[in-house]
Design a binder for this molecule. Structure first.
Ligand SMILES: CC(C)(COP(=O)(O)OP(=O)(O)OC[C@H]1O[C@@H](n2cnc3c(N)ncnc32)[C@H](O)[C@@H]1OP(=O)(O)O)[C@@H](O)C(=O)NCCC(=O)NCCS
Length: 153
């Protein structure tokens, strides 16, 4: 695996929109994350191949949102590297709890987050049916519920 260099996105730099919308197609949500969160971008040489955003939500709690790795670079361990980096940054900033959410149909994401040390703490029933106009399918399963996972830092 090539060395991944992870850097905080400069507020004046152009955000890597292709990666940001891979994780969440809603431009409105992406704009909200960029405005209120810390976006970290992973580079292989000059190429941005992944990113994530850390979004402070409540006192002592920060959420990992919008994690994405370019399709051409998936399943090579870069997602895990970005998560490990996010955990380090959240600790460094003094947060006590790191949260992440994913749909019930996101089998790979659920595996990845649990492998990285998150544990399921709640399920927001019918979150996607309530908030999205079209049904979402992943792995042949309807994505209905938001599964929330947590890690004590
Ligand atoms: C989710 C995402 C960021 C993962 O990035 P990645 O670089 O492919 O992830 P990694 O290669 O670091 O790790 C994937 C891990 O999940 C595991 N995994 C994936 N699917 C799995 C499955 N069905 N069962 C068991 N383990 C699975 C892999 O085995 C691997 O773990 P391992 O290293 O122990 O083998 C990437 O697929 C992506 O960008 N997806 C589109 C956007 C998205 O869904 N973002 C998340 C929003 S919640």
């Amino acid at each position: 695996m090539e060395n991944l260099e992870i850097k905080l996105l400069d507020k004046t730099a152009t955000p890597p929109y292709d990666l940001l919308t891979l994780a969440d197609p809603s431009e409105e949500a992406v704009a909200y994350y960029l405005d209120r969160g810390y976006c970290y971008v992973g580079y292989l040489g000059q190429t941005a191949i992944g990113e994530y955003v850390l979004l402070p939500t409540r006192p002592f709690t920060i959420e990992l949102v919008n994690l994405a790795v370019d399709e051409a670079y998936q399943n090579k361990g870069y997602g895990k590297k970005l998560i490990a980096h996010a955990i380090g940054i959240a600790k460094e900033k003094g947060f006590h709890v790191l949260e992440v959410g994913t749909g019930n149909a996101g089998i790979g994401q659920l595996a990845l987050y649990q492998k990285c040390g998150f544990t399921i703490t709640s399920v927001d029933i019918d979150f996607f049916r309530k908030h999205y106009s079209e049904p979402i399918y992943e792995n042949g399963i309807e994505c209905r519920h938001m599964v929330r996972l947590t890690m004590d830092l």
